[in-house]
Design a protein around this ligand. Sequence first.
Ligand SMILES: Nc1ncnc2c1ncn2[C@@H]1O[C@H](COP(=O)(O)OP(=O)(O)OP(=O)(O)O)[C@@H](O)[C@H]1O
Length: 311
Amino acid sequence: MGKITVIGASNWDMFTYCARIPVVGETIKGNDFKTSYGGKASNQAVQCALLGSECVGDDMIGKNTIENFKSKNIDIKHVGLVKDVPSGCATIIVDSKGNNNIIIVGGSNDKLDQQDVIDATFTIQKSSYLLCQLEVSLETTFKALKVAKQPASSCKTILNLSPVTNDPLLMEMMEFVDILLLNEVELIGIAKKTEEKIDMTSMSTLHQLVLDSVMNKYPTIQSVIVTLGENGCLLVSRDYKGIDQYTHVPVTEKVVAVDTTGAGDSFTGALAHYLDQSFDMAESISKASRVSAISVTRYGTQTSYPSKSDL
Ligand SMILES: Nc1ncnc2c1ncn2[C@@H]1O[C@H](COP(=O)(O)OP(=O)(O)OP(=O)(O)O)[C@@H](O)[C@H]1O
C-alpha cells in the first residue's frame, strides 16, 4: 500500500456544549467545555493513521500539535512551525442535538504557500493519494493538485470541498481532481441553488445536481461522493456504475449522535485509507461510514475518531 499525503490546515479546537446555539447579541450558560486537536487536514491525517495508513502532514502548526502527529505515527517531514504567528484555532458551539456552529481563525495555516508544496513535490508524487480541503489558500491547494497530476506522478487526488467557496479558481482546480467529496449543503453551494427549493431527501434530485454541477462540467472527475449525515452517502462514479446511475450507501448502523463535528473528516480520512487498501469505491464508502458513525457517538473531533482496534 502507498502513502497518503494530506495538505491543509491544523487547528486547536475549543468546544462549548450548550442546550441551544445563542442568537446574535444573546448570552447563555453552557454545560461543558472541551479542547482537542483539529483542523480538516490534521483530522483527516489522524483518521488515516488511526486505521493504519502511513500519512504525511503538510501544514504549519504549534509544538504540541507536532507531538500529537508523532504520537499517531504521522510522518511530519513537511510540517513546519511559523515564528510569531498564532496557531489556527476553531471555536465550536455544539447544541444538545449534536449540531454545531464554527468560527475558524487561520493563523499559521494562512502561511502555507506554494513554495511549501514545491518543497514536498517528491513526497506528493510518490503517494498513492493526495487529500485536500479548502481550509488553506486556494492557490496552495491548486498547486498541490497540479503537482499530484503531473505526468511523472500516479498519485490520485481527493478534494473535500469544505469550506465551500464560489471562487472562480475552484473551477480550474476541478480539472485536477479524481474524487470529489462534499456534503449536501456544499453541493447546493456549488450548484448555486437555494436549499428551500430543493428536496434534499430525494436521491434522484441530488443525482441530477451532481450531474449538472460536476460530472457534465468536469470530465476528469471520476467519482463524486455526497455525504448525507445520518442518511449515509450518494455515489456517482464514471468507473463504478457510470454517471447515469447513482448508488445510495445508507449508514450501516443507527447511532445516537452526541457531536457530529469532524464526522466529514473522519469519513474522508477513512475513505482514503480503504481505497488505498484496494477496496472498491462502494465498499470503501461503506467501511468509512462505519468509522464516521462511531465518531459522532463521541465528543470532539480527533478525540472521537476510532482506531483499527475499536472497529
Ligand atoms: N447521525 C449519524 N449517524 C450515523 N452516521 C453518521 C451520522 N452523522 C454522520 N454520519 C456519518 O458521517 C459521514 C459524514 O457526515 P456528514 O455528512 O454530516 O459530514 P459533514 O457535514 O462534512 O460533517 P462535518 O462538516 O461536521 O465534519 C456520513 O456520510 C455518515 O457516514
